[in-house]
Design a protein around this ligand. Sequence first.
Ligand code: ADP
Ligand code: MN
Ligand code: MN
Ligand code: MN
Length: 350
Amino acid sequence: MNVYRAEYIWIDGTEPTKKLRSKTKIVPSGEEPPIWGFDGSSTQQATGDRSDCVLQPVFVCPDPIRRGDDKLVLCEVMLVSGDPHPTNTRRACAETAKRYADFDMWFGIEQEYTFFKGARPLGFPDSGGFPAPQGGYYCGVGADEVFGRDVVEAHLDACLRAGLKISGINAEVMPGQWEFQVGPLNPPEIGDQLWLARWLLYRVGEPFGVSATLYPKPVRGDWNGAGAHTNFSTKQMRADYDAIMPAIEALEAKHDLHIANYGFGIEERLTGLHETASYREFSYGVSHRGASVRIPWQVAKDRKGYLEDRRPNANMDPYVVTRLITDTVCGAASGAKGKSREMAAAAAGD
Ligand code: ADP
Ligand code: MN
Ligand code: MN
Ligand code: MN
């Protein structure tokens, strides 16, 4: 073949939670995927009279579904003027990451999700009613406890073949609920890979007739919601425990701002039950799965490492969440460094 298929993937303007879209371009072999366009009036990104939006490729990897020379092409959405589209959250994330590049921020995101078949989560009886209560499903095995493993395995396979940095998978607490982890990676790449892994999840589910959803609270009542725990570290945190507490304090000071940007419906999920802390109040603790931010026990023991922000919803935008955490944590650390430099200067009589 002297051409390849490039699947252009982008994030749309659906409110309150954006969706993924994609379409195929045939590209001559040996050529990079070029800038392309789409009808923004069909994706909540433009009006019909000025419908053209621009697709700017930013991350290209092998297409693990079509295989061969075919590619997946993740794009930023741009206006015809060349400016980023208002729905483009990647640009600001990349700018923030660049501003704080010295901190070498790493993110590892745990993406939880729920399979649905028709109107009910996979594993919930079609006839109505509920499966046995939670308790045996997390990391379970056996046809009575685990629902959708074929899809999960096919998704993991696809992610690895695409070259994505997946670090693990597990069955979750509610039947039909699963998790995969991406990272650690710098922003905005962590966002690129998470969005692509989400696209692959939806795509891989198609032939199984199973849809994956990122609803934060798919079933009301005594069933766990779905989050996207966001683990992060600066270079300083990875070297020294003294950098851990200031990061927690910085997050505490901006709690409301973070909650407001951690995914639609967060109040329904962060109730204080089901391994969450209430969205109303910031808390932290070693090994504490009922806290907003958890210090993993290994980190407390090693006296260095990373933190887990447990607040983000499954349906969060990783470009927004990693931009905010970077801004909050690195901004506070730069401020503190500036202040201690001033104090040292004052002490030296400058
Ligand atoms: P949990 O015990 O909360 O279920 P997981 O094993 O599911 O934890 O996820 C841990 C995540 O933390 C992984 O995505 C991993 O990449 C990430 N991680 C590990 N070390 C670091 C680090 N130093 N900085 C940022 N993320 C990290
Ligand atoms: Mn996990
Ligand atoms: Mn989990
Ligand atoms: Mn976790």
